[in-house]
Design a protein around this ligand. Structure first.
Ligand SMILES: O=c1[nH]c(=O)c2[nH]c(=O)[nH]c2[nH]1
Length: 304
């Protein structure tokens, strides 16, 4: 046969775990995670000969996550991921690399008449925090933090002008361009981002909150006046720079994807002309097609 095994890895996905921490004050804390494990090592035989002598069953990997959850805190997905990765490397000497990905479910505490409830929670946001821990034997863990589905919207202070097909652009006439210039539009996006930590000992929970705050601040601007966004591209880059600055020196690289969630004016919908809103105040949201905008930024290490 002319083919050969060139790569192999295996693991368990969708290991859902919730930890309840009952504090003596009567207050409860909950943390819910979905964990994926992936192992690399000297187990090619399982693929090439069917011999499983070095295979740590994916069922065992699942059990391991629950056992480690019994003895460890789940409040930081990055820290719990490190615990899982170290466990596999220290227990099975033929495993060379472990990747653990952990997605958090966003439980928020219920408040009754402004008072935080001791033991009742609700899912308050759409966002999903995640962490990825990749650890090779003998090396420090590489830690990635991330956020998915973090939805934001601003109802003004967003424009888009001067693009190809319009005055001032590199090509003022373009037969393919139909979009008119806009000086006041709705800007909404579902932010997806991930960032690399400089070390495996960064203050992960604090950095996560700082990234989110920097994203919001740079997207929205000050509470009263906001901040202009001449392109989704510029705002996206400012969000990344803000996150790096807010977490200095812990985050070295950040990547962001902001697919537009479009709110179209009625005038672009097939409705009678007299229904075209004159106030520009009724819109129809569309799922797609939508703009897909992505960029990365890195910490300028020379200025540290
Ligand atoms: O901020 C924007 N950037 C674009 O690249 C683009 N393209 C588009 O159709 N609308 C927008 N808006």
């Amino acid at each position: 046969m002319s083919g050969h095994l060139s790569e192999h890895a295996y693991g368990k996905i969708k290991i859902r775990v919730m930890k309840l921490n009952r504090q003596s004050s009567g207050r409860h804390e909950i943390h819910e995670l979905t964990v994926n494990t992936l192992l690399w090592g000297d187990f090619a035989d399982s693929w090439t000969t069917g011999s499983n002598t070095k295979i740590v069953a994916t069922e065992t990997q699942k059990n391991t996550v629950y056992q480690l959850a019994r003895s460890h805190d789940l409040s930081s997905p990055e820290e719990f991921g490190k615990v899982i990765a170290s466990h596999f490397l220290s227990t099975y000497h033929w495993i060379t690399k472990v990747q653990v990905t952990l997605f958090e479910d966003p439980w928020g505490r219920i408040h009754i008449d402004q008072e935080p409830h001791n033991h009742a929670f609700t899912k308050t946001t759409t966002e999903r925090r995640y962490a990825k821990v990749v650890q090779s034997r003998g090396a420090p863990a590489k830690i990635t933090g991330g956020i998915l589905n973090f939805i934001v919207l601003k109802s003004t202070q967003s424009s888009f002008t001067g693009f190809v097909g319009h005055k001032g652009s590199i090509m003022e006439k373009d037969k393919w361009t139909t979009l008119g210039e806009s000086t006041d539009r709705i800007f909404s996006t579902s932010v997806e981002s991930e960032w690399e930590y400089a070390s495996d000992k960064a203050p992960f929970n604090e950095c996560y909150e700082r990234v989110k705050t920097a994203f919001i601040k740079n997207f929205a601007g000050p509470a009263k006046e906001g901040v202009p966004s001449p392109s989704a591209q510029l705002t996206q880059h400012q969000m990344c720079l803000g996150a790096i600055e807010a977490c200095k020196p812990h985050i070295t690289d950040i990547k962001i994807i902001t697919p537009n969630l479009h709110y179209m004016p009625l005038s672009s919908l097939n409705v009678p002309a007299h229904m075209h809103a004159t106030n520009n105040d009724v819109f129809f949201p569309i799922d797609g097609p939508s703009g897909y905008i992505t960029s990365s930024a890195s910490l300028n290490r020379s200025k540290l």
